[in-house]
Design a protein around this ligand. Structure first.
Ligand code: ADP
Length: 491
């Protein structure tokens, strides 16, 4: 069936392509934002942190008595310009320059004192400068100013018995040139990523969509009634599982289809025969008054009963399958019910059948009496129909763990091994050629199966060609804590 009415959805290929494009776009936007908006700030805050780190280190080393070596080492390590003023014993100054021209280059000794006074008023003792390209000198600025910057940190540190004033200057080269280069690289990366995502989406969607398209084609063939079609996996776990499930569904569908075709053939035959008999005998009885005999009437009654039971079977199984039948499970005596069922076959016994019932004790089960009776009738009817020339049918009842087992044994032709499972299917008959009176609706055993399932019981058959059959059912015994019904009540 074509799904024309289904809302048009994007294909896997498009979904993949769009997803990969989106991924590219998000990645590139984040990179671009970081590069163009935040790189300057991130770079400056890293440098400021380094400057503070350098301050901590140099302060520690000066406290240990080092001055020049400390200034030299820290200046080299952090690429700083360091100027230290100390007034201990005698006025000394240390000046180390590593970072080219900086703020410290453009001031004299008095200028340091002015700087010191400004810095102690600022946050963390830090002052920011930006290079005025025209005058080729640094002028004080705000933190987030663009261009070549100088960060100056001024602080005091204990040295010998007095104090030393430290001036640490770090030059920050502008990132705009770097950003430009990075942007060009980013452009190439974007082109490569876009091409890659197109290629990847084609490859992946081809790999993913191909098996799905193949399975869809097979499913369309199946929908048209071609049960020989095979669903093939693709090496992906999910698709393999789908193919396996569809193969299973196909087998089940073909089974149902075959059984339904057989049913129509069987039922129409089974309905036509009694109807022909009824109409034929009625006609004769109407036309020939001498034929209006009880025997002929009995034939009509028998055929009507056959029709009724056929229709009832069909109704029962469909209701059981739809779960519409209500089961009233309560403690009942299986032995009493079986004895009750046996009364129905008394006439057959008189007609040459040997039907015996073997049991040692009364067994109480959890069950629905009407349904349990139906199970017994269906099994005994089959045994009577299929038993051998000796017309022997035996019912045996015994305890089997927490179950009561009832076996119905006949001496008929038995059932081939490969058919033992199929006979429980709806409408299945081992012998497809119609032998009148030996043939039922093909529903009896599937009704037994459904009823046993509803009872939480078990069922089965032991049979081999030429050796008769033993059909058995097992009902759960009444649990020990459950009160047992009196036998009169069970009857
Ligand atoms: P039916 O109404 O045709 O008997 P069932 O569902 O009761 O339908 O049985 C299905 C098939 O199982 C029968 O057609 C028959 O071929 C086989 N079968 C059932 N009971 C026996 C038996 N006691 N001996 C041999 N074959 C049996």
């Amino acid at each position: 069936m074509k799904t024309n009415k289904m809302k048009k959805r994007p294909s896997i290929r498009w979904t993949l392509l769009i997803s990969l494009f989106l991924l590219c776009a998000i990645t590139i936007t984040i990179l671009w934002l970081c590069q163009n908006l935040f790189l300057n700030d991130i770079y400056k805050s890293i440098k400021t942190t380094e400057l503070k780190e350098a301050k901590e280190k140099i302060t520690r080393r000066i406290a240990n008595g080092e001055l020049e070596t400390a200034a030299q080492a820290i200046a080299n390590e952090y690429e700083l310009c360091v100027f230290i003023l100390s007034e201990t014993n005698q006025f000394t100054s240390v000046s180390v320059h590593t970072a080219g021209e900086c703020v410290l280059h453009q001031i004299d000794t008095m200028g340091y004192m002015i700087l010191y006074n400004q810095a102690i008023k600022s946050q963390d003792g830090i002052l920011y400068y930006v290079k005025d390209e025209n005058a080729n000198r640094y002028i004080q600025s705000q933190k987030n100013e663009k261009g070549e910057q100088s960060i100056l940190l001024v602080c005091t540190a204990p040295y010998q018995n007095g104090q030393a004033i430290l001036f640490l200057n770090m030059v920050i080269s502008p990132v705009s040139a770097t950003v430009k280069t990075l942007n060009t690289i980013l452009l190439y990366v974007t082109i490569v990523l876009v091409l890659l995502s197109i290629l990847l989406s084609i490859v992946i969607s081809h790999m993913v969509a191909r098996p799905i398209v193949a399975i869809t084609k097979s499913a369309e063939c199946l929908a048209e009634g071609n049960y020989s079609i095979e669903f093939k996996g693709s090496g992906y776990a999910e698709v393999d599982r789908l193919a396996n499930t569809l193969n299973y569904a196909k087998t089940e569908l073909s089974k149902v289809d075959r059984l339904q075709k057989e049913l129509i053939a069987n039922i129409s035959h089974d309905l036509r025969t009694p109807l022909t008999m009824i109409s034929g005998y009625s006609q004769i009885m109407k036309d020939l008054p001498g034929e209006n005999t009880p025997e002929n009437l009995q034939i009509i009654i028998d055929e009507t009963e056959r029709l009724t039971s056929l229709v009832n079977d069909v109704l029962d199984i469909s209701k059981l399958h739809a779960g519409a039948k209500h089961f009233d499970l309560k403690p009942i005596c299986l032995t009493t019910i079986t004895e009750k069922a046996m009364q129905r076959y008394a006439k057959l016994t008189a007609g040459g059948y040997h039907i015996s019932y073997l049991h040692d004790e009364n067994l109480f089960i959890m069950g629905d009496e009407t349904r349990v009776l139906q199970v017994i009738y269906n099994l005994v009817n089959n045994a009577v129909t299929y038993t051998g020339a000796d017309r022997k049918v035996t019912l045996a009842e015994r305890r089997c763990g927490t179950f009561a087992r009832l076996s119905v044994i006949d001496t008929g032709d038995g059932i081939p091994k490969d058919k033992l499972n199929d006979i429980w299917e709806r409408y299945y008959k081992v012998d497809q050629t119609h032998k009148r009176y030996a043939i039922g609706s093909g529903l009896g055993l599937s009704i037994v199966k459904e009823i046993m399932k509803e009872h939480g019981g078990r069922y089965g058959v032991i049979s081999a060609p030429g050796q008769g059959s033993e059909f058995w059912v097992e009902f759960q015994l009444v649990p020990d804590n459950e009160p047992l019904p009196s036998l009169e009540k069970a009857q």
